[in-house]
Design a protein around this ligand. Structure first.
Ligand SMILES: [Zn+2]
Length: 222
């Protein structure tokens, strides 16, 4: 029997915050000066892992009131309380790369060590085409000729089967909006997932149940 997975859902933060972007005078998000050189000159996307490795800029805006163990920034960076780091590390040792807090913040930052990407030769969707049942990744637009990232990628976790030795990994998506950072859909094996339910801001999506529902709907519509 194949292993079952949950997708990790993170509640919206009550206090929206950005990690590698800030608001320009016009109100539009722009990359912080500290990581401007990590932006692809061709497509404008930010090399997220390189930015995390360099070090997160001081983030006064997430210091107080966030109150969540798990929260995602507007620019798609997963931030964690110390407790969340401990719980995740116990549930799936070594599966997540944690980056330490800045001087001004007690939040940690997370990046997956196992990343799932669209399969080579994946079909290109139109910008508005709905996901075809069974196809986990929807690649929309071409890959950048410089950094190789796609313009936009969406992901339907219910159709994805991670390699069976995976305990915790994440699908790389490209939101294709104002922020050039990657976004991830994190997946955790059901046998490792239970401790995560204790984390504030975190819930688990039962992918098997979703897949069964989608299958029955697809069947009915045929
Ligand atoms: Zn690029």
């Amino acid at each position: 029997m194949s292993k079952e997975y949950f997708a990790i859902s993170v509640a919206d933060s009550k206090i929206p915050f950005r990690v590698f972007y800030e608001r320009a005078a016009t109100g539009a998000p722009v990359v912080r000066p500290e990581c401007k050189d990590l932006v692809c000159k061709k497509c404008g996307k930010l090399s997220t892992h390189a930015a995390l490795q360099r070090g997160v800029p001081n983030l006064v805006e997430i210091d107080s009131g966030l109150g969540m163990d798990v929260a995602v920034s507007l620019d798609h960076i997963l931030t964690l309380s110390r407790r969340a780091v401990d719980v995740i590390e116990r549930a799936a040792p070594g599966a997540v790369e944690f980056f330490p807090p800045t001087n001004d913040s007690e939040r940690y930052f997370a990046y997956p060590r196992t990343i799932f990407c669209p399969p080579a030769g994946a079909r290109t969707y139109t910008p508005v085409e709905e996901a075809v049942p069974g196809e986990a990744f929807q690649v929309r637009g071409r890959a950048c000729s410089s950094c190789r990232r796609f313009r936009s990628v969406t992901f339907q976790p219910a159709w994805f089967e991670p390699p069976s030795n995976t305990f915790l990994g994440a699908a790389q998506c490209e939101p294709g909006g104002a922020y050039g950072t990657e976004s991830f859909t994190w997946l955790i094996a059901s046998e490792s997932a239970e401790p995560l339910r204790s984390l504030k801001g975190c819930s688990l999506r039962d992918l098997k149940a979703e897949r069964d529902t989608l299958r029955s709907r697809t069947h009915l519509s045929l």
